[in-house]
Design a protein around this ligand. Structure first.
Ligand code: AMP
Ligand code: TRP
Length: 332
């Protein structure tokens, strides 16, 4: 069976972009693939984290996976640092990765900002660790949001570089799976910025744990232009804030973008925003409630992660032994 690997960083508030761009898609794919879902805590360390918060957020992301509908009996759910193969393979792959490939990564440029000299080596090397995450399990498919596309292309290049260097067909080249009507959910305050965990404005994102009141307030305050809703797809494309809200609506209502645009064409934003808020609250309310219930039982969450890391390691370890052998690393 084909294998899926994907992950989310435990770095802050999980939001609607994480849900619609990634986690929700995993739920629909979980029975057609052999699935491994990771909480990528080593990736979180590429920027400073509070140690106490990092542990809490690791449990929170785990709870979100389960609350959203991922079956922990069927799928492997674990945190990255509990399987040593990720860090090991990342080093080995870093020795095969030209700097020129990493220099092209736009996310590094965004996150490093102007003070490039102060950015950490980990932030720069991050896509190599991401490639290691995936190919450690010989995963064939990787469902993610649009923003990870460039990292996945690099993961394919790195897997190919390993195979070529050693003259083997060892690692499959992983295929990105980017689908749905909300592959890139934008900030509610700025249609040119993606919704992100690190945005300073609380009003920019809807968190997976927000209650109905918070959701309604954020959607009411969401930036829009003074015109009625767009009449057709062409008009929607030219109006990023409206297009974003329509994309979110479509994803939550299981409509195509075209159907959502047709449903509200020419109407005023106020009625649409109320419908969008009600629908968001209905979907997220159930997930948030279940997350809170799960988080009240940290023992249960830790048990899932422990069992997940054993299952993940059972797949990773034999692959690492073969990699050591292929690369000429002696295991006396
Ligand atoms: P991160 O929050 O960076 O750990 O992202 C975890 C997953 O959510 C990845 O698959 C991302 O591509 C996806 N994701 C993050 N932000 C968004 C967004 N604004 N829209 C769609 N997908 C997103
Ligand atoms: N880089 C991804 C993000 O920030 C998270 C991630 C790490 C990931 N390793 C991965 C996603 C492997 C898919 C596969 O969103």
């Amino acid at each position: 069976m084909n294998r899926i690997f994907s992950g989310v960083q435990p770095t802050g508030n999980l939001h609607l972009g994480n849900y619609l761009g990634a986690i929700r898609n995993w739920v629909t794919l979980q029975h057609d693939y052999d699935c491994i879902f990771c909480i990528v805590d080593l990736h979180a360390l590429t920027l400073p984290q509070d140690p106490v918060q990092l542990k809490a957020q690791t449990r929170e992301v785990t709870a979100a996976y389960i609350a959203a509908g991922i079956d922990p009996e069927h799928c492997v759910i674990f945190n990255q640092s509990s399987v040593p193969g990720h860090a090991e393979l990342a080093w080995l792959l870093s020795c095969l990765t030209p700097l020129g490939w990493l220099n092209r990564m736009t996310q590094f440029k965004e996150k490093a900002g102007k003070q490039r000299e102060d950015a950490g080596l980990g932030l720069y090397a991050y896509p190599v660790l991401m490639a290691a995450d995936i190919i450690l399990y010989k995963a064939t498919h990787v469902p993610v949001g649009e923003d990870q596309k460039q990292h996945l292309e690099l993961a394919r290049d790195i897997a190919g570089a390993f195979n070529r260097r050693y003259g083997v067909e060892f690692f499959p080249l992983p295929e990105p799976m980017i689908f749905g009507t909300a592959t890139r959910v934008m900030s509610l305050r700025d249609g040119a910025k993606k919704m992100s965990k690190s945005d300073a404005s609380d009003y920019s994102r809807i968190n997976m744990t927000d209650d109905a009141e918070a959701i309604a307030l954020k959607i009411r305050k969401a930036k829009t232009d003074p015109l009625p809703l767009p009449a057709d797809e062409k008009e929607a494309e030219a109006r990023p804030e409206a297009d974003n809200l329509l994309g979110i609506y479509a994803a939550l209502a299981n409509l195509t973008r075209q159907e959502a645009i047709a449903k509200f064409a020419g109407q005023s934003f106020s009625g649409f925003k109320t419908e969008l808020a009600d629908l968001s609250a209905e979907v997220l309310g159930k997930i948030g409630g279940e997350m809170r219930r799960l988080l009240a039982e940290p023992g249960y969450i830790d048990g899932i992660l422990k069992r997940g890391s054993e299952r993940a390691n059972a797949i990773a370890k034999p692959h690492m032994n073969e990699v050591f052998d292929i690369m000429g690393l002696l295991r006396p």
